[in-house]
Write a protein that binds this ligand. Sequence first.
Ligand SMILES: *Cc1c(COP(=O)(O)O)cnc(C)c1O
Length: 403
Amino acid sequence: MSELYRALGVRPVVNAAGTLTRLGGSRMAPEILEAMAEASRVYVRMEDLQAAAGQVIAAATGAPSGYVTSGAAAGLLLGTAACVAGLDLQKMERLPDTSLPGTKNEVVVHRAHRNSYDHAIRTVGVTLVEVGHFGHPSPGPTRPYELESALNERTAMIFWPVMGDPQRLGVLSLEETARIAHRHGVPVLVDAAAALPPASNLRSFIAAGADLVTFSGGKALGGPQCSGILAGRADLIRSVALQHQDMDVHPGTWTWRHLIAEGSIAGPPLQGIGRVCKVGREEVVGLLTALRLYLQRDHAADIVRWRRLAQRLADGLTGLPAVATTYHDGGARGTASVQVQIDEPALGTSAVEVINALGEGDPIIAVGQGALDKGGFTLGTMSLADADVEVVVSRLRDVLRAK
Ligand SMILES: *Cc1c(COP(=O)(O)O)cnc(C)c1O
C-alpha cells in the first residue's frame, strides 16, 4: 500500500489525530479518484466547469451560488477579495493595495474569533477591526452596539469563523451578526472549514444569514485535499470567479463577453489576487463527487462506527499504570474519541515525549495534541481504518510501558 512512500524513504502515518491538513487530510473513496482520473483525460473551459459546480454547491447548501476553491483558506482569501473589490476592475487589479479612495478595506471580527487562519484574509490587504472583549471574569458577552458601531463606509465584510459555542466565546450569534451587518449592507463571511459533521451544517450557516461560507473539501467531506467550497451570494461568487480564474483571454472572445456587452464590467480583468490558489478540473470534479457521496452517506452509521473504534481503543489501553483513558462519544457531532491522560511524574515521562516516541516509529502514529500541555493527548477516530486500531493500541502500550 505504501510502497510509493517507501520508495521515497517516507514513513507512512497511522492517523489517530483526525482530518489534519499536515497529515494529508482524508482518504478519498475510489469513486472520487476514478472521477478525477476521468476528468484529467478531457479538456474543459474552467469557467464552464465552475459554473456547473456552482449550481451543485448551491443545491447542497441552499446558497444562491457556489464555487470550488483550493481549500477553505483559499475560500477566505477569495471571499474577502470579492467583498473588497466587487466587480470593480481597478480595485481588483490593485489588490492587495486597498489604498485607492473609496475602497472598503476594513474587516470586522470579534476579538475572540481571531485565529491564525485570518492571515488568508489579511493577504487581501485589509485591516482587521476587532470588537468585543476577552472579558473579566468571563468572556463577553459582546454587546450588539459594539459590532454596530464598528461598521462604517470602509467596512468590506464581517468575518465570523465557526470556533465553538458563541455564548461560551462571548461573541454575537451568527444570526444576530448577520442582522446587524445587513442593516448596514455589509456581507458576512463564515469560516466553516472544519464544521462538518454534522452534515446539516452544509445549509445551517447560509440559513442563519451568512453571505458567504467556506468548507474544506479535504476534511470531513473526504474530497481532494486541495479543494474547498465557497457558497453564497451570486454577485460575490461572480467576483470570486473573475479574481480567481486564468484571465489570459481576449476581450472579443472571452467566454463571459456578455458581461461587457450588458455593461456589468468594462472588460475582462487581468490575473487577479486569487490566481495563486488555482484549482484544477480534477479537484473540481473530485470535490463534486465527494459532496455527492457525503450527501448520500449514512451519517448515523459513521457515528456508530466511530464510537465502536473509540471503545476498542479505550478497551485496548486498560491496565496501564499511570495512564488514564476516557471515552468520549463525540456529542452531537458524533466524532467519538479517547482522551489519554498521563500521570507524568509517576510514569517518569511527559506526553510530549510519548508523542515524539510515536513519531520515531514506523509507521508513525499521529494523535491529537490539543491537551498536550496538560499531560494528555487524544485518539480521534475519523481518519482511522478498522485495522489501524490494533496498530495504535499495541504501539501505545509499548511506548507507555517502556517509559
Ligand atoms: C482547516 C481549517 C482551515 C483551512 O482549510 P483548508 O481547506 O486546509 O484550506 C481554515 N479554517 C479553519 C477553522 C480550519 O479548521
